[in-house]
Design a protein around this ligand. Structure first.
Ligand SMILES: Cc1cc2nc3c(=O)[nH]c(=O)nc-3n(C[C@H](O)[C@H](O)[C@H](O)COP(=O)(O)OP(=O)(O)OC[C@H]3O[C@@H](n4cnc5c(N)ncnc54)[C@H](O)[C@@H]3O)c2cc1C
Length: 317
């Protein structure tokens, strides 16, 4: 097995390290800043090859990488935007089946989530295949005994061997005109780097609405617990947890959330957690780097005032 991970500006995509862990530590990094990105695989990867490429050309890359990857039994890509673009083109170039959105990959197939995760289907494949792995499900535990990988540049004259002109030639690729950062208010929560989240302790939908505006003013995405999505304070696709979205933020701010296991199980491994709660000993406060014991609606109102956010109808002192 090998993970094929598209890289941008020296950073792995969401789920990049997990794809490498799932592939047993073998990785081929492609894109811009591959050697810097390889550092993020310390403890996870044992064998890293790199193919440094400017821009993103999934059609041309697939045509070149097809022959390079032909001997592999399984090629795993992260199911993040670039991986999703590259995987079907690579599967076509290799003439192999693609198992998209897998939650686990094996040598003989994969478990794939269907109908938004309601059904798990085990697919057995007789022969090699390409798979995309859903970020945030398998994790990538670092092995402290594993040293930082020493990336080896891919040693082929790709355009000549594959008969592909990377400047346009034979492969069909969309032209990237501009890369626009996602809007935190509407982006997929599973890819959001900073999340402000609300729970029952907010006391009202009006306060959750203001918290949403506070999140926007801070450049964060808004999420919440199942209790408040059941109450209609937030749309269901903003629910975080086992029966909602699995998230992977660097920063998670929890307002009035108890930290039930079904919620926390969907949190990934945030680098920083801030929790605001009147109960100093609830699980969410134990998880937090910064635990603020105070009234959440009052703090939301104060943040809104300082950030000059409108707060019509919010209930607070
Ligand atoms: C099968 C199953 C699946 C589930 N899936 C999910 C899921 O995907 N996601 C999910 O979130 N839940 C899920 N749940 C529900 C989960 O068990 C909890 O009930 C839920 O997460 C609790 O949400 P909460 O923290 O908003 O509410 P509560 O547990 O009621 O906590 C409210 C918190 O607010 C605090 N509080 C109260 N007043 C204030 C105040 N004025 N200021 C500050 N803090 C205050 C309280 O101290 C408390 O800690 C699931 C449950 C089941 C059985």
């Amino acid at each position: 097995m090998i993970a094929l991970v598209p890289v941008r500006a020296g950073r792995l995509p969401l789920g990049g390290a997990e794809a490498v862990a799932e592939a047993g530590g073998r990785a081929l990094l492609v894109g811009d800043g591959t050697v810097e990105a390889a550092v993020e695989l310390t403890g996870v990867a044992s064998d890293v090859r790199t193919w440094e490429q400017a821009g993103f050309s999934p059609g041309a890359w697939s045509a070149v990488l097809g022959p390079v990857l032909r001997g592999e039994d399984v090629v795993i890509l992260p199911n993040a935007p670039d991986g999703r673009d590259l995987a079907p083109r690579l599967a076509y170039a290799l003439d192999l089946p693609l198992l998209a959105g897998a939650v686990a990959v094996r040598n003989d197939g994969a478990t794939v989530a269907r109908q938004g995760g309601l059904i798990m289907e085990d697919i057995v494949v007789d022969g090699p295949f390409v798979a995309t792995l859903q970020p945030g499900v398998r994790g990538a535990e670092a092995d402290p005994a594993l040293e930082a990988p020493v990336p080896q540049p891919l040693d082929i004259d790709q355009p000549r061997e594959a008969g592909v002109d990377l400047s346009g030639g034979r492969a069909v690729d969309a032209e990237v005109i501009e890369v626009i950062p996602p809007d935190p208010a509407t982006m997929d929560l599973s890819e959001a780097p900073r999340i402000v989240s609300g729970g029952a302790g907010l006391g009202s939908k009006a306060t959750m609405d203001v918290l949403g505006q506070v999140a926007e003013a801070l450049g964060c995405s808004a999420g919440g617990t199942r209790v408040i999505t059941d109450w209609g304070w937030l749309p269901f696709e903003r629910q975080i947890g086992t029966t909602g979205v699995t998230v992977h933020p660097e920063l998670y701010l929890a307002f009035g959330i108890s930290g039930a296991v079904q919620h926390v199980a969907g949190l990934g491994d945030p680098a920083h957690v801030i929790s605001v709660n009147t109960d100093a000993s609830c699980p969410m406060m134990s998880l937090a780097d910064l635990a603020v014991v105070t009234d959440a609606p009052a703090l939301v109102a104060e943040l809104a005032r300082r950030l000059e956010v409108d707060q019509p109808g919010a209930e607070h002192d």
